[in-house]
Design a protein around this ligand. Structure first.
Ligand code: FE2
Length: 200
């Protein structure tokens, strides 16, 4: 392996058709195989010959953001964001938040249904490309809507879940109807046990 391929795209933790019908295999193939791969390719290109080659991906995200290295950050951020995106999905269907996670959701947002409504609003409110995030801060849950590749990690915050609202994430399946995509992912695909395991 040459230095220029230091950062490599992880394989999907399930088959491309396993998120269907909420997210089609065509979308997964394109989103993981083309878009997510391209962020790694560009990260390797822009980081080649720099100190970033000696860092882990999460360090690259933090350092490149701090320095304002936009080319490295945009691609490292998106490489990192999409790893979480794929990992947090439960092929075959969602479960429900339980225990400590449910308590924190109730405490922060009232109840799980209100949380889903508010989170969808947060995602719809991201103008253009970006992400909607659920974070844990000082033991409490909060939401963030961030543009482009920006993520909680770059802001020194801890991400529990993130929904990609770039059009490439939903346009084939939902056309321009972003709220339907976000709602369907929250209802049908998020593995709340995975989100719970990320609690600090
Ligand atoms: Fe994406």
């Amino acid at each position: 392996m040459s230095d220029s391929q230091k950062f490599t795209l992880p394989a999907l933790p399930y088959g491309a058709s396993d998120l269907s019908p909420t997210i089609s295999s065509d979308t997964v193939d394109l989103h993981h195989g083309k878009h997510h791969q391209a962020y790694f390719n560009m990260l390797n290109n822009f980081a080649d010959g720099t100190k970033f080659m000696d860092m882990e991906l999460d360090e690259v995200v933090v350092e490149s953001y701090k320095e304002g290295n936009v080319k490295v950050f945009n691609n490292a951020g998106q490489a990192w964001n999409h790893i979480l995106y794929w990992e947090q999905m439960a092929p075959g269907g969602s479960n429900a938040p339980q225990g400590k996670l449910l308590e924190k959701i109730d405490e922060a947002f009232g109840d799980f249904d209100t949380f889903k409504t508010d989170f969808t609003q947060q995602a719809v409110g991201v103008f253009g490309s970006g992400w909607a995030w659920l974070i844990e801060k000082d033991g409490k849950l909060e939401m963030r809507g961030l543009p482009n590749a920006e993520n909680p990690l770059a802001h020194g915050e801890h991400a529990l879940m993130g929904i990609d609202v770039w059009e490439h994430a939903y346009y084939l399946d939902y056309k321009n109807v972003r709220p339907d995509y976000v709602k369907a992912v929250l209802d049908n695909l998020i593995n709340w046990d995975y989100v719970s395991d990320r609690l600090q």
